[in-house]
Design a protein around this ligand. Sequence first.
Ligand SMILES: [Zn+2]
Ligand SMILES: [Zn+2]
Length: 480
Amino acid sequence: MTRSKAVDKGHGRVRELGSMFMVSPSKHRVALGLISLALLGVGVWVWFRGADGLPSRKYNNSERLSLARLKAVHEDVEKLQKTRQVRPMPTGWKDYRCIFHAHAEDSAHTGGTLPEMLADAKKAGVSAIFLSDHFRPPRDFIEGRWRGLKEGVLFVPGSEVGGFLVHPMKSILEKMNLTGSEFVKAVTPGDGMIFLSHIEERPDYPMDGLTGLEIYNRHWDAKRDISSMLTLALKLTDPDALSDLQEAVRLYPDELIAFQCDYPQTYLEKWDSGTRTQQLTGVAANDCHHNQVLVVKMVDAETVLLGTIVDQEDQMRKITARFRPGIRRMTQGKKPGDILARVDLDPYHRSFKNVSTHVLAPTLDEAALRTAVKAGHVYVGHDWMCDPTGFNFEAVTGAGKSIAGMGDEVMLVDGLRLAATFPVAPYVRLLKHGEEISTSDGKADFLFDLQTAGVYRLEAWLRLDGELRPWILSNPIYVR
Ligand SMILES: [Zn+2]
Ligand SMILES: [Zn+2]
C-alpha cells in the first residue's frame, strides 16, 4: 500500500493534553481522525426537535453507546429479521447493493486495501464499489485502478476531489485543473457522473449539470459530535471501561458503528431544494477508509499514547495517569512501546452494512449501473437494521399498472397513485418538495392518491429500542 505523507499531513493532529482531546478545525481530516472514530457522543439532537414531522429521539449518543442500549437495539434488529418477507422486484430489475464514496490505498489516513475491500464486499453482499480516491497527482484515479468485475464484485474507479465524487468514463488527468462548470463538463461526457459531496461544507453550491449529491454521509454524524471523542478517550484509558467497549465491539459491532446515525437534514434540504428544478440522484456516502482502529500505546508506567493505526506517534494524544489513574493498571507488567489496546471499529464489511446505495438495474455491469444511477433508480438503505432489498416505490395507474419508478418523470392523470412495498412494516413518511404530506405506521405497503404535481420522495424508519431511526431514503418520483 502506498501512502502520501505530504498530502495528508495534519490528519489526526495530536496535542499535549491535560484533560481532553482537542480537535484541529481542519474539516475532512478532523472527521477521520480520532473524532470520526470517536463515533461517540452526546447531544446532537438539538436541531432534531422542532423540525416538522420528524420523529424525535429518545436517547442521545452517549446513552446509545451503553451496553444495555446496544443490546436492546440488537434484539430488535433480530426481531425485525424474523418478520422480514421477500418482496418481488418489478420484472427485469434487480436490486444491487452498491457502495459510493469508498477509499482504499489512496492516502496516509486510509488504512484499508483493495483486496481487503473485495473480501469484505463479498462478506457483506455488496455487488459494486464506486471508488473515491483522494486525488494525488500525478497518480491517475482511472488508469491503473481496479475496474470491472473481480470475483463477482464490480469496481468503478473515481475520485473525491474539490468537493465532488467524480466517475468519468476515462482518464481526465489533464483536465483536473479546471473548475466550476468547466470541470463538470470534463467529467460528464458519455455516462460520466459527478456528485456533490460533504454537503455541510458547501450548502450553497450550485447544482447545475451535476448528476446528483450525497444525501447521507457517515462522517457528518461524527464531525458534529465532538463530545463523543472525549467519551471514547475515557473508555480507552480505563481497564473496566475498555473491556465494556471491547464487549460492545464483539457482541454488537453494527449497532456500535451506527450509534451516531441521525437524520441527514442538511443533506436532504439541499436535495429537496435542488430537485425542484432538476433531476438529481441521491446516493449514500459510505466514506469508508478502515482507519478507525484505535490503539493505546505505552510510553511509560504513567503515560500512554492514544490514536489510530494511521497515526504516527507525534499525531497521537498523550494521556497520563494523573488524569486517568486506570492507566497504571493498563501499563502494569508491560514495557514502553507495547500496544495496550487495539479496537477495530470499522472494517469495510461493517461500514458497508452501515449504509449503502441500492441500485435497481437489469444487470451487474458498469454501463447498466451508470445508466440506472443517472436515471435515479436508486435508494439509500441502512442495511444493518434490516436488509431493505425488495423495497420499491413507484407510480401506478388506477388499474394498478406501474408506469414510473424512482427517478422517473410521470404526467399527472386521474387515478394516479404512489405505491411502495417494504420487506418489513416500517414507519413511512411521504414528502413533497421536502414537506411531509402523509405518513403510515406498521404497514408493509403504502399507497397515496395523487392530486397535484410535484416532486415526491419517501422515507422509511424502523423502531429500534423504542426509537424510530431512519432506514430507507428513496429517490423521488417527479410528477409533472
Ligand atoms: Zn479520506
Ligand atoms: Zn472521503
